[in-house]
Write a protein that binds this ligand. Sequence first.
Ligand code: 26W
Length: 835
Amino acid sequence: MTIETQMRSGKRHDPAMLREAIVRKLTYDVGRSQNAASDREWFMATARAVRELIVDRWMATTRSAYETGAKQVYYLSLEFLIGRLLRDNIDNLGLTEEVSDALAPLGVTLERIRMAEPDAALGNGGLGRLAACFMESMASLGVPAFGYGIRYDHGLFRQVIANGWQHEYPEDWLAFGNPWEFAKPEIAPEIGFGGWVEGSLADEPCVWRPGEMVQAVAYDTPVVGWRGRSMTTLRLWSARAPDPLKLEAFNRGDHVGALAERVRMEAISKVLYPGDETPAGQELRLRQQYFFTSAALQDLVRRHLRVYGGLGSLPDKVAIQLNDTHPAIAVAELMRICVDLHRVPWDEAWRITQGSIAYTNHTLLPEALESWPVGLIERLLPRHMQIIYLINARHLQQVRERFPGDDALAASVSLIHENDERRVRMGHLAFIGSHCVNGVSALHTSLLRRTVFHDLDRVAPGRIVGITNGITFRRWLHQSNRRLCALIESAIGPKFRDDPQALEQLRPLADDAAFQGDFAQVKRLNKQALGETIRAELGIVVDPAAMMDVQIKRIHEYKRQLLNLLETIALADAIRAAPSGGWAPRVKVFAGKAAASYHRAKLIIRLAHDIGSALNDDPALQGLLKVVFLPNYNVSAAELIVPAADLSEQISTAGMEASGTGNMKLALNGALTIGTRDGATVEIAERVPKDTIFLFGLTAEEVAERKARGSGGWPAIAASPRLAAVLEALERGDYSPDDPDRYRDLVASLRGPDPFMVASDFEAYWAAQRRADRLWRDPAAWTRAAILNTANMAWFSSDRTIAEYATKVWNIPVPRRALGQAAELPPSQESQRGG
Ligand code: 26W
């Protein structure tokens, strides 16, 4: 029996066979002998052996989608924040024990080689990680899907802290090769840029003669679903110059010139833009967007035509989901493909485009709403600019017919923002070109309707729907918190691994003293593990009995790490003043990256370090307060921190965090939330008992009112001696003796406009923290609350989210497994369930 047939039969593998496969890979693929191999080389060999076990099933699921005529989902995203894949893949294949056993006699441990895998950090934060969770959930549910993105040579920068300041270093995840991917050099659609258009300006077919052509080369990574039943494909495109050497120029002696063009073309897939919530505003970014969007659409159209012969059936067989506006140019590109390349009449092309495309919005922040100068699009994508004008003309004509005389409405829903510099609003383009637009939490969706898309919602009522984000429990519970899963399984059996709803059976156990003890012990061990990393990386010793109070996410003013830091100073002051004041011993853990050009965010990182230096050695605070900043936050760091957290900081200014997904990961792992009524935290609060979450602060409506009134931060500061003292200390330079002015401007902005309501929310936050202290002093009550958080998070599984996309947006049958009816079926029946 081969290892593949053994796997299909569902029987336990023979570790000897697996071992042989790994050693074979080590010898013949990696070119290493056993006694000389490094952890990384063992990782490569193991990954290659595991990949071999994936291929048959991967091809079978892809094939079965064609055979059954199932609708295909295409998820277009400029970011996929995947992290490591070894544990994900072997766990979903059910091979973890087998791989461990196979490696053991070789003197190799799974844990060690697991750490040798670099994180695939092809994303900035929440949006990219969501895309990765979705790929895994679609695989698990048997939704036939492709993810399309860019295979960046360099992912998100590596963060190094020197003297408290963030420095960015290039990340190099491909340095030693990527054992999971399959290069497909034959799949290399050509992407044009620049040039001119031949033909009339009307909605007739035109010929675009691009000035330059770049090839997009496909690299495929299989994404393994839970229990290995089905898989999806992540197809990432890499840019290649069609004539890499420009041999003629080279032979003429222009060696540098001949290579320059190649360098410029291949720059497209060189590096991920590290901007988070701030538009990069660079030509290269638009090139990236068009590059991968065009490659994706050409690829899916080719595939569709091969099977169905014509484009008229595209909306029935294909769902194209735009992850934010980054691929919004897809609207114009699909129109171009239909009208220019396949001679589809304009109106029919529009039906096809709108029927196939849907768009997810991930942010309300005005500075993050993309728009591109008309001149730039005209130069880079002349035909697309014409098409956008044509779409806009028809769109505005309809608006004027339905709302005669309402010029303000027409101006506000126009695809073109008419100002000193005319710009194309990519959100509007995505909205108009989609049959469905969704927000990512209930609050975010209602704010979308009320604010950025208010007028478009009038023009196209019903198009906006809400689908609250989710997380894959396989990665964020099963793999990252094995101890907790073992405990849960011993208490309620293994069903929760297939059906997260089963976690609700933990509810009665929340009051069970024995279970509480076990739950607390799991948390303590997880905290010890985190504590070891903190000690190894920072030389700071933390007490595993202290409350792990964590805020882990991109550093941004609206996420308000500053609020947390100000409270930290106030807490230190209060502890010194009243050492036996009933304080909960705390370790405040911060982790996150600041955009390289975001000075205020970098200053906040510096402040966290300044506070740590001032407090961590203070004898008055020993055993009560520590502040740590863990550098280079990424998916793997999250997998270590999340299971160890007691308190989850979700304290964004209400109305500004579209959803958040870290909030879900932390609550699922038994952390209690201290948070504002923002994003999906609102929905977490709806699902856990009131006394197990610490809500505080202004609501989104109150924030809007205050902003309108414009009173700024000073009244709140005047009313809070505690806060006033903190701000004065910062202004005096107490926390920056080497540069007393360092925080002057920062404090001035709190006294002044305070756009993020840090001062206004301070006292409410302080009070919520003291409520947390009180609960902490009753360990049984705290653990009960933690258990009830875990027990009530099932709804936040990304399987539920995907099931909602399936019904509300994609019009595909709800995969049965999403409904928690996952029954083990033999593989033969499985593959017929394609979707
Ligand atoms: C143009 C530059 C740029 C880059 C990224 C603008 C905006 C973004 C994103 C929208 C940032 C992002 O990651 N948004 C997050 O998406 C998550 C998944 O839906 C949500 O959970 C977060 O609340 C949201 O901030």
